[in-house]
Design a protein around this ligand. Structure first.
Ligand SMILES: *Cc1c(COP(=O)(O)O)cnc(C)c1O
Length: 431
């Protein structure tokens, strides 16, 4: 493939934008090479500025669950743009999306819309602290909750990809209130709770981890966290920025039948526009300003264009639950095909998957936490990534990211991907 225009654009971008990108993982740093600049996309296919076509397994890191340029969303945005792109005053649309979210997601009465997953997690943590009157919280190694200071301790996603263990600019005092435990390790969490009686406001967790590859919770892990929170007056926050509206209409809470005290959303909730949200029972949520004293605000929060995009996508998901079954079928077909392709080439690997999330790790050990994910052969992943890109398959440019299956993927796309994987792994082994 030719990447001449992407190469030129990356040169220009690096002069003007730190690292040439507006979010680190896009820069291909961990896999090397030049990031591909996109021009357009339709359904499951991306088209770059050099005219190359790719089958997309990033899907804007999740939002494009029904594929790119999904027509009802595009039409809705076009219509609402003519009514003004922002008011800074309430609109009926904000009530409609809140009603829709409350009808889809278990255990919530109220929602506050924000502009990103980062804002959602940051605000939910503030709420948990204000509500409990406690400062500390527990997060898991390799989980990612956006880039607010408190969460940049043992974080996944780009922080893991770039191997930034402690982030300059995050003060020691802030980091001291962040306690960390290995994912899927309930005894470690129990020890932290026991060592800090009545100091812990919240436990925040990705109910299915998606920022160190895809790592499902071990049986009993989430149940154990729920119990621990109940026993110790701690709020359980499910960070469903990735899993919300993806694993099921009601996210991980619905899939696993476990109640969270607060839930955060992003990605799918905005239908491809910059949106996040946090939600919970009325009794907790009414502590948020102006109902309560815990301050949280946003000039563009509840933006009408973003709301109609999110509303249109969520409504489709609500009305067509068969989508989730079909997503799972597509994912299973791909997982089986990849296992066969990698197995036939004699390449030791693990494929973790749940619902429409999956990831491939080159190791013989099960990937259940960040230590295991880091121990895989990420050098091989890097070469596999490039061999796939070269063959028209766009995978996340890091072994620490989940692949996302979109509903727009056809059997032909999946077969193309499996054939590409067969050729790619052969090329990589022979190089
Ligand atoms: C993407 C992500 C975030 C951050 O969302 P942004 O919109 O990128 O700020 C937070 N939590 C999880 C689980 C995520 O996957």
């Amino acid at each position: 493939m030719m990447y001449s225009r992407s190469n030129v654009l990356f040169e220009r971008a690096q002069q003007l934008i730190p690292g040439g990108v507006n979010s680190p993982v896009r820069a291909f740093k961990s896999v090397g090479g030049t990031p591909v600049f996109m021009r357009s996309a339709q359904g499951a296919h991306l088209f770059d500025v050099d005219g190359n076509r790719y089958i997309d397994y990033i899907n804007s890191w999740g939002p494009m669950i029904l594929g790119h340029a999904y027509e009802p969303v595009v039409k809705a945005i076009q219509e609402y743009a003519t009514y003004s792109t922002s008011f800074g005053a309430p609109t009926e649309l904000e009530i409609k999306i809140a009603e829709l979210i409350v009808s889809m997601v278990p255990n919530i009465d109220m929602v506050r819309m924000v502009n990103s997953g980062t804002e959602a997690c940051m605000s939910a943590l503030r709420l948990a602290r204000g509500y409990t009157g406690r400062n500390r919280f527990i997060k898991f190694e390799g989980n990612y909750h956006g880039h607010a200071d408190a969460f940049l301790v043992s974080a996944g996603s780009g922080v893991a990809t770039l191997e930034i263990q402690s982030v300059p600019g995050v003060t020691k005092t802030v980091a001291e209130d962040t306690l960390t435990a290995p994912y899927n390790n309930l005894p470690a969490v129990e020890q932290l709770v026991a060592a800090h009686p009545e100091q812990i406001a919240a436990i925040i967790v990705e109910p299915v981890a998606g920022n160190m590859g895809c790592i499902p919770p071990q049986p009993g892990f989430l149940e154990g966290l729920r119990q621990l929170c109940d026993d110790n007056g701690i709020l359980l926050i499910f960070d469903e920025v990735m899993t919300g509206f993806r694993l099921a209409r009601g996210g991980a809470q619905e899939l696993f039948g476990i109640r969270a005290d607060l839930v955060t959303f992003g990605k799918i909730i905005g239908g491809g526009m910059p949106v996040g949200a946090f939600a919970g029972p009325k009794e907790i949520m009414e502590h948020i300003a102006p109902a309560g004293k815990i301050y949280q605000a946003g000039t563009l929060s509840g933006n009408p264009i973003a709301m109609i995009a999110g509303y249109t996508l969520l409504k489709t998901l609500q009305e067509n639950p068969v989508i989730y079954q079909q997503l799972e079928e597509k994912k299973n077909y791909l997982v089986n095909g990849l296992r066969e392709a990698l197995g036939a080439a004699g390449v030791i690997h693990q494929i973790n998957h749940l619902g429409s999330m999956m990831s491939v790790h080159f190791t013989e050990y099960p990937i259940i936490d960040f230590t295991a994910a880091s121990g895989a052969n990420n050098e091989l992943f890097k070469r596999f990534f490039h061999a796939m890109l070269e063959r028209g398959v766009y995978l996340p440019p890091s072994a620490f990211e989940s692949w996302f299956i979109s509903h727009a993927l056809t059997r032909a796309d999946l077969d193309f991907t499996i054939a590409a994987a067969k050729a790619a792994i052969k090329a990589v082994k022979n190089s």
